[in-house]
Design a protein around this ligand. Structure first.
Ligand SMILES: Nc1ncnc2c1ncn2[C@@H]1O[C@H](COP(=O)(O)OP(=O)(O)O)[C@@H](O)[C@H]1O
Ligand SMILES: [Mg+2]
Length: 275
């Protein structure tokens, strides 16, 4: 009676060491040994889940690497073999090769950044700075992107919005949200950034009147590699890591993000950061 569960756990441990997390120990006992068996089963399940996530991650990364490479190889070959003769088409082909290379290098950068943010002690240097100035700066820097799509960009911020945070990390946050708003809003859209200071926290809201998200997609957009519209994301060059990184940074600041969206009419992100 006493030996049986321990024997089972020994078998399970051996299987786990070989990467098999499917072993479940049946248990009816309510005593200490029963509790241990339950915890053991829970641990097996959690480890199995982690293993699944690891596998999924590797699959996603390989896919994200493979598809631009396939396109680069195909176009390079077409150019070399003289299949594309029209000079204008040749130029477009070279443009695609360049874009796909940029995508690959962006993927590398994002993966490194995520690994850093998910490490045990991510770099984080909070200092007081003017948040309103930072947001204005980012909006100006992104002007070529929103101008090109004919969007209107409105900023409604109080004059002095002071915050203690990691300036570089938060810059990335605003860039990611704004680039998404620009990307997922059809030409001629309206994007608004509003901000206000409350007693304890600063509240930033980024609203667009773009394509929006369905109820099914909305809960998943902060997951690594998640893209609501796979074909569109591919074409525009996103890799689905932007919001995962963004979320990490906001959490590191002790803040929260709320997403609110209606398919076809727009999306609002509300970011709360402790002052
Ligand atoms: N403002 C937005 N409007 C509509 N969909 C959005 C918006 N922001 C993000 N999404 C959806 O969430 C997904 C994940 O976003 P993100 O992590 O930034 O990856 P991506 O590299 O695809 O932009 C996007 O692929 C898109 O489907
Ligand atoms: Mg993005």
């Amino acid at each position: 009676m006493l030996i049986q569960p321990i024997r089972e756990m020994t078998i399970a441990t051996r299987k786990m060491a070989k990467g098999d997390f499917s072993y479940f120990i049946p248990n009816k006992r309510k005593d200490e040994l029963g509790q241990l068996t339950n915890s053991f089963n829970e641990m097996t399940r959690d480890l199995g889940h982690l293993e699944e996530m690891r596998h999924e991650f590797v699959t996603n990364v390989s896919h994200e690497i493979q598809s631009p490479l396939t396109s680069i190889r195909g176009f390079a070959k077409a150019l070399r073999e003289g299949i594309i003769t029209d000079p204008e088409e040749q130029k477009q082909t070279l443009d695609i090769i360049e874009q796909e290379s940029t995508r690959l290098s962006q993927l590398g950068k994002h993966l490194l950044q995520l690994a850093e943010l998910e490490s045990e002690q991510p770099a984080h240097q909070p200092r007081p700075y003017a948040l309103d100035e930072q947001i204005r700066r980012v909006v100006n820097a992104l002007e070529p992107h929103w101008r090109e799509k004919g969007h209107k960009l409105e900023i409604r911020l109080p004059a002095r919005l002071a915050l203690k945070g990691d300036e570089q990390q938060l810059e990335q946050v605003w860039i990611n949200f704004l680039m998404n708003a620009i990307r997922y809003t059809p030409p001629g859209g309206q994007i608004t950034v509003t901000g206000k200071a409350e007693e304890q926290e600063i509240l930033i809201r980024i609203t667009d009147n773009g394509i929006g998200l369905s109820e099914e997609d909305l809960p998943h957009i902060f997951e690594r590699f998640y893209k609501a519209d796979k074909s569109r994301a591919r074409q525009d060059g996103g890799n689905g890591l932007g919001l995962a990184i963004t979320r990490r940074i906001v959490l590191l600041h002790g803040g929260t993000i709320a997403a609110d969206s209606t398919l076809g009419s727009g999306t609002t992100f509300t970011i709360r950061l402790p002052r």
